[in-house]
Design a protein around this ligand. Structure first.
Ligand code: ARG
Length: 274
């Protein structure tokens, strides 16, 4: 079954450089950090990470009820990129609290209220197309602008978001489909697929999406990670926000990669709406 609605949070990650070996189609590559994960790994197939390495990840409390419902990414001290499906049901800015991670990864860090919710005008809930939204914050978060992720642009997408490269997804979502969300930040590395291969595997993939995961399953984002970041370490370019957790059939199932909104398709829209 296809899950798009989020409950909790999650994701995965390692602080190490993601390294892929032997790519020859999605089958044959391994993102090495996962191999080093401990047996107590959470997220789907991930590891716990410190928050101070990811000071720009946030969680969304929808309804101000003290729970986290989705992830998000600060791309400016007062601007969060998240998924449209996280916020389209409730356009009222006053109903949201955004929380940054604590240094140790616990989910209840610095908070801000939201002054404006901007859902992508072409978001299509039926197909999960253009599943991206912006939250303009009432107060700037205390993250140095130099540490914030860059947006993946159309110009550099084929260099950084190539099929066969690894990306990293982080969040506080569930560690299995239908499981419990975590209170501490988790991370996992996943190979990027060709859209053509992803469409052959699960269908309904268009250019505003990108897919990442293993053919054999085992490593993925999951419910509650929605809206959170799929990132690429861009060397001197720094951290690049490549994708936004959007949807998938179950979590970490064989031949069912996770689907992400492809940020390079929305770079201009994000800049125009900030
Ligand atoms: N829609 C889910 C959420 O609300 C995210 C699902 C991601 N699924 C996956 N298999 N990667 O949290």
């Amino acid at each position: 079954m296809r899950f798009c609605k989020g409950l909790a949070s999650f994701v995965v990650a390692g602080a190490m450089t993601a390294l892929c070996t032997g790519w020859a189609g999605a089958q044959e590559f391994t993102c090495y950090d996962n191999a080093a994960k401990s047996m107590t790994a959470k997220i789907v197939g991930g590891t716990r990470v410190r928050g101070d390495n990811y000071p720009w990840i946030v969680n969304l409390d929808i309804g101000n009820d003290g729970y986290k419902n989705c992830g998000g990414t600060l791309v400016a001290p007062d601007l969060v990129v998240t998924a449209a499906h996280c916020v389209n049901r409730d356009p009222s800015a006053s109903n949201y609290t955004v929380r940054r991670t604590q240094d140790d990864g616990f989910w209840k860090g610095e908070t801000s209220s939201v002054r404006e919710v901007v859902v992508h005008p072409d978001y299509d809930p039926e197909r999960s197309t253009n599943d991206i939204a912006l939250l303009k914050l009432s107060t700037s978060m205390s993250v140095a602008p130099a540490r914030l992720p860059r947006l993946l642009s159309d110009a550099n997408k084929d260099y950084w978001a190539k099929p066969g490269h690894c990306a990293q997804v982080i969040g506080w979502g569930t560690t299995s489909s239908g499981g419990s969300a975590t209170e501490y930040l988790e991370s996992v590395y996943v190979p990027i697929w060709k859209n053509l291969e992803c469409n052959a595997a699960i269908g309904d993939i268009n250019r505003a999406m990108m897919c990442a995961g293993y053919v054999g399953g085992g490593y993925d984002s999951c419910q509650g990670d929605s809206g959170g970041p799929l990132i690429i370490e861009g060397g001197a370019t720094g951290t690049i926000l490549a994708g936004v957790v959007s949807w998938g059939y179950g979590c970490a199932e064989p031949n069912q990669p996770g689907v992400y909104a492809r940020v390079s398709e929305f770079e201009a829209w994000i800049r125009a709406n900030y």
